[in-house]
Design a protein around this ligand. Structure first.
Ligand code: PGA
Length: 236
């Protein structure tokens, strides 16, 4: 399974280093079989020397090699750390920073061309969820426009906007129903994200089409993140 942590705007360079050391120790000592991903903030990136199943990625980048894009990072900056994994389309990028589907698709295509593993995020806001499953499916499918679903290094994270950082998790039935519908179109691994924590990890990972979780808040504590990895190890 894939167990991923998105730090968002949390952790410093020093605390990220300490986090990675502790995570690495846990993964090695437990002999974990999970694929573990960590997305630190850009300021804390480095070439972490970790067990091979721990992958470091970037949370965001602009689809250029380099240039005049104040505040952004491009391929050249990512290359310095030898990183080849990126998050694209996270709901905070879409809803707080106004990234359009066109921009998400442009980023996707750029990083696909450069051979990156892409964790591509989709998910509906609450008003859409209230309209029922067909509206949810339509909304999520619209977020796949311009995305090459046959790309071999694609992972899709289904993260309902109303469940991100709110403490509200979608019910197992809602996740199951949505992932089942997404699975008809998407062959890539499917993750669930939205207030995942040790207490609900088992229930979520047991869902048929769920290949892992993308975790924000609960994962910022390395102990809790390791607990979630241990739960995945017990289940697989
Ligand atoms: P959360 O964030 O776990 O804090 O809800 C999930 C995410 O944004 O990936």
């Amino acid at each position: 399974m894939i167990i991923a942590s998105n730090f968002k705007t949390n952790h410093t360079r020093a605390s990220t280093r300490a986090y990675m050391e502790e995570l690495d120790r846990f993964v090695r000592e437990s002999g974990s079989r999970q694929r573990v991903m960590v997305f630190p903030p850009a300021t804390a990136l480095e070439r972490f020397e970790t067990a091979p199943q721990i992958v470091t990625g970037v949370q965001n980048a602009y689809p250029v090699e380099k240039g005049s894009f104040t505040g952004e990072i491009g391929l050249e900056q990512i290359d310095e750390f030898g990183l080849r994994t990126i998050l694209v389309g996270h709901s905070e990028r879409r809803h707080i920073f106004g990234e359009t589907q066109q921009m998400c698709a442009q980023k996707y295509t750029f990083f696909q061309t450069h051979g990156f593993e892409i964790v591509y995020c989709i998910g509906e806001p609450e008003a859409v969820r209230q309209k029922g499953i067909e509206a949810v499916v339509d909304y999520n499918f619209a977020q796949l426009e311009g995305i090459d679903l046959d790309y071999g290094k694609l992972i899709v994270a289904y993260e309902p906007v109303w469940a991100i950082g709110t403490g509200l998790t979608a019910s197992a039935e809602q996740i199951d129903e949505t992932l089942t519908r997404l699975r008809r179109k998407i062959k890539a691994p499917l993750l669930y994200g939205g207030s995942v924590k040790p207490a609900n990890t088992e229930e979520i990972l047991k869902i048929e089409n769920c290949d892992g979780v993308l975790v924000g808040t609960a994962s910022w504590d390395v102990g809790q993140f390791c607990e979630m990895i241990a739960i995945a190890d017990r289940l697989s």
